[in-house]
Design a protein around this ligand. Sequence first.
Ligand code: PLP
Length: 306
Amino acid sequence: VLGMSLPMGGHLTHGWGVSATGTWFRGVQYGVRRDTGRIDLDEVRDLALAERPKVIFCGGTAVPRTIDFAGFAGIAREVGAVLVADVAHIAGLIAGGAHPSPAPYADVVSTTTHKTLRGPRGAMLLSRAEHARAIDRAVFPGLQGGPHNQTTAAIAVALKEAARPEFSAYAHRVVANARSLGEELASRGFDLVSGGTDNHLLLIDLTSRGVPGKIAAKALDRAGIVVNHNTVPYDPRKPFDPSGIRIGTPALTSRGVPASEMATVAEWISRVVEAARTDDEATVEKVRTEVKALMDGYPAPGLPVG
Ligand SMILES: Cc1ncc(COP(=O)(O)O)c(C=O)c1O
């Protein structure tokens, strides 16, 4: 199986060594270019021609740029591989028309249902008819026992919501917010992997800010801003103590925060990251008060303010 390497932004289920997919199958991994931070389809093709994978995965967990499904499909066709598009992160953007769809190109589409799709924690597999029987049998009785009917019902509700025009507007606002936040962070000297974003997420290398990702993420958490520590491509640090953070805009957008507030959010992030470097807990606490004051004006849907 050929997939994107975990530290480069891929998912561990795409052939990474410690996952079942990397122990049951021989995993070969592509990455991103050092100079652009983007996937290099020439590298993917060279690897595919040399290794002749049976399955090629595209999609990942920290990929801020549009996935070129047509490009991957061309390579898969050339080497006779099944193309799996793992759209876990971007499923909601695809449903809302804010990211191209893999449906015309991929043989199989896999997704979680709880990220940008905004449904319950769960998953879906879609495939061309020729693979349906094999996949159905692999799921049951191959890997799974009883069906989780309550989750299936909740997925149906999420899909109905995602089919509405309001969801499409939401998906486009998620992307617009991420772009604005990226621009505001870049203008404050943050180093964005690939220089920006096309989707809902930003991957930031904090090396130049002099603070490791985990320390920054914990300080941001104390300030009421939830991000996660994340490896960045070619990270010299260890995966459990990496150089970067990963930020997404779906939750902010669900609360109705507009792009015009992203300068404020970027300024908070900048102040807290600097505070994390200098051990300035008073600033973290001050930002926390400001975050709460603004966000009280944008309550989470269905939850009381405060
Ligand atoms: C690209 C990608 N694929 C799949 C998954 C799902 O992984 P799991 O449900 O096994 O945690 C995730 C994250 O949850 C992901 O980011």
